[in-house]
Ligand binder design. Structure first.
Ligand code: NAP
Length: 327
């Protein structure tokens, strides 16, 4: 069975997201939100933002007031409580409740304010732990979730169902997309809460700087993962807003994966680290493999442009530029 979608026309793109649209990017200071905001502005749209200091998106009443007054044509929901394995397993309550609250509040407020388009961003961790690879959108809810991020995944699954419900009950043109692991400028390099790629960049950078002979990494190094540069993700999000108006979530990835060991070798090379790399197999690996099937996305006219090694080098250069001179 094929999951390809009919190729959309440029005319439909103009009707779903007219040129010069007003778009509220929720979470514009984050990795994803900042990239989406840059891309929308580059494409000539008007980007609306509101920092968490002025609007906590868990507050449904204030979020609705804001959207009723701002009257955007579209909303990109890139605000969320996000983190790696350690943060997810330490704070499951916040990962469940903050995400449910943000989604309930923003999606309902967009509907109440008459917002025509909304893109909800989930994550590839919504799929069953042992889903057939590459993971197709149809595998949602067909098996058990990865226990280390179950609370987060269930909140995101509720968001997908919320989007589908607004479509069915109120005819809203709201859509969901499920990105793979992302990286790029704006990433979180705090070792307590970061994802694997920025954590590796930081570990190898510091080891190279301090001439540490060995770096020991969590897990066996054998899980396979896929990584997409956030500028490619932003281009995919804009493409979906322009051409996609369907019930099913759309996977966003590059269609290729590698082992964490291969990833570590690439990061070591980019950062110039020449020491040994050890693996602590007593620490959890997480899902053995996670590669998204991107047939639907590809059929909608999207292809990633930034190769992994180049993307890592660009991200490393960006992070170095953020560091105080002595670090
Ligand atoms: N990063 C990835 O690898 C990845 C992969 C797949 C999917 N995604 C999805 O992409 C979305 C964004 O992720 P990200 O990596 O960009 O996360 P991020 O860098 O942590 O950014 C999250 C943003 O949400 C904002 N936020 C959080 N709670 C808020 C609240 N209560 N009120 C207002 N704003 C709030 C944060 O504001 P502050 O700046 O004030 O903290 C931040 O700007 C998430 O839905 C995530 O599931 C990310």
């Amino acid at each position: 069975m094929t999951t390809e979608l009919p190729v959309p026309s440029e005319e439909s793109a103009r009707s779903l997201l007219p040129p010069g649209s007003r778009i509220f990017v929720a979470g514009h200071r984050g990795l994803v939100g900042s990239a989406v905001a840059r891309r929308l502005a580059d494409d000539g749209h008007e980007v609306l933002t509101r920092g968490r200091d002025r609007l906590d998106l868990r507050d449904a009443a204030r979020t609705e007031t804001f959207l009723r007054e701002a009257r955007p044509d579209a909303v990109v929901l890139a605000a969320a409580k996000v983190g790696g394995i350690m943060a997810n397993s330490t704070y499951p309550v916040q990962f469940l409740e903050d995400n449910l609250r943000i989604q309930l509040s923003v999606i309902a407020a967009a509907h109440a304010a008459g917002t025509r388009r909304l893109l909800f961003l989930g994550s590839s961790c919504i799929y069953p732990r042992l889903a057939a690879q590459p993971i197709r959108e149809e595998s949602l809810l067909t098996g058990e979730l990865e226990p280390t991020n179950e609370a987060y995944a269930l909140a995101k699954i509720a968001g997908i169902v919320q989007i589908q419900s607004y479509r069915r009950q109120y005819g809203r043109s709201y859509i969901s997309a499920m990105p793979t692991n992302l990286y790029g400028p704006g990433d979180n390099f705090d070792l307590e809460t970061s994802h694997v790629l920025p954590a590796l960049i930081r570990r190898f950078h510091e080891a190279q700087r301090d001439a540490v002979p060995e770096v020991t990494l969590w897990g066996s190094g054998s899980p396979r993962r896929e990584f997409l540069h956030v500028d490619d993700l932003a281009a995919a999000c804009v493409r979906l807003l322009e051409v996609y108006d369907g019930d099913e979530p759309i996977n966003i990835g590059c269609g290729e994966d590698l082992t964490i060991r291969e990833l570590a070798e690439t990061v070591a090379e980019v950062t110039g680290y020449r020491g040994r790399v050890g693996w602590d197999a007593s620490k959890p690996d997480g899902t053995p493999r996670k590669l998204l099937d991107v047939t639907r996305l590809t059929s909608l006219g999207f292809a990633p442009r930034i190769p992994l090694r180049e993307g890592i080098a660009r991200t490393y250069a960006w992070w170095l530029g953020q560091l105080p001179p002595s670090v």
